[in-house]
Design a protein around this ligand. Structure first.
Ligand code: DC
Length: 215
């Protein structure tokens, strides 16, 4: 199987860029952030504290997450219910960043990610794909952009730009400073900085990089 690992900070455009490249190459696109988001959704909906390791660990016994790929598009199911849209709120984003720091959660989701990569040609994106989940991926890319640019891409009319920027920076900090599987560029990853380049250009650079390295 061909496995492509894409890592990078929140809002770098990983999912959009990876999805575009996966479509062009005929691979499935796997968004691993959705798994952490789904754990966070369950924990929040059950009124638990996302930082409470013991509580979260106990909750994991009641969580079953499935990823389904419909026409190459990923849908995520929590105990049989499609939560693909529900996991996209800012509250769940922050919750996901918190539960992702817990070793029990990373362990819980690890095998599921590995299994997909064993079974399918895929482009998988996350924070620790090239470093931990798929250390033998044929191609690894670290996709990033400046914090300001990432906040600009996320910005919507109903929130202050400064708030979006603060959220982005807070998540960057959490994700890169945790003890287990922190966000960092794998030694053998190619750096792709999309600051100042368009989405189309980013997709074509990623495709070029994959083609060059996966022969
Ligand atoms: O990619 P995303 O924004 O949907 O991810 C949500 C959170 O999940 C992110 O802040 C960190 C965590 N995450 C992780 O720790 N490891 C991954 N492979 C993917 C996501």
């Amino acid at each position: 199987m061909v496995n492509i690992a894409i890592d990078g900070p929140a809002g770098a455009g990983k999912s959009t860029v990876a999805r575009g490249a996966a479509k062009a190459l005929g691979y499935i696109y796997v968004d691993t952030g959705a798994l952490y988001r789904t754990v966070a959704l369950y924990v929040l909906q059950n009124g638990h504290n996302v930082h409470d390791s013991e509580r979260v660990k106990a909750a994991l016994a009641d969580i079953r997450i499935e990823l389904k790929f419909v026409g190459g598009v990923q849908r995520v199911y929590l105990n049989g219910r499609d939560v693909s849209e529900e996991i996209r709120t800012p509250e769940v984003s922050m919750g996901a960043s918190a539960v992702a720091a817990l070793p029990c959660v990373r362990e819980f989701l690890f095998e599921q990610q590995r299994r997909i990569a064993r079974e399918k040609n895929c482009i998988m994106d996350g924070r620790d794909i090239g470093t931990v989940v798929l250390p033998d991926a044929q191609v690894k890319v670290f996709l990033t952009a400046s914090a300001e640019e990432r906040a600009r891409r996320r910005y919507r009319e109903d929130v202050l730009f400064e708030e979006v920027l603060r959220d982005v920076q807070e998540r960057d900090y959490n994700d890169s400073h945790r003890a287990v599987a922190p966000l960092k560029q794998a030694e053998d990853a190619v750096l792709l900085d999309t600051t100042g380049i368009t989405l189309e250009e980013s997709v074509s650079r990623l495709i070029q990089c994959i083609k060059e390295r996966s022969q």
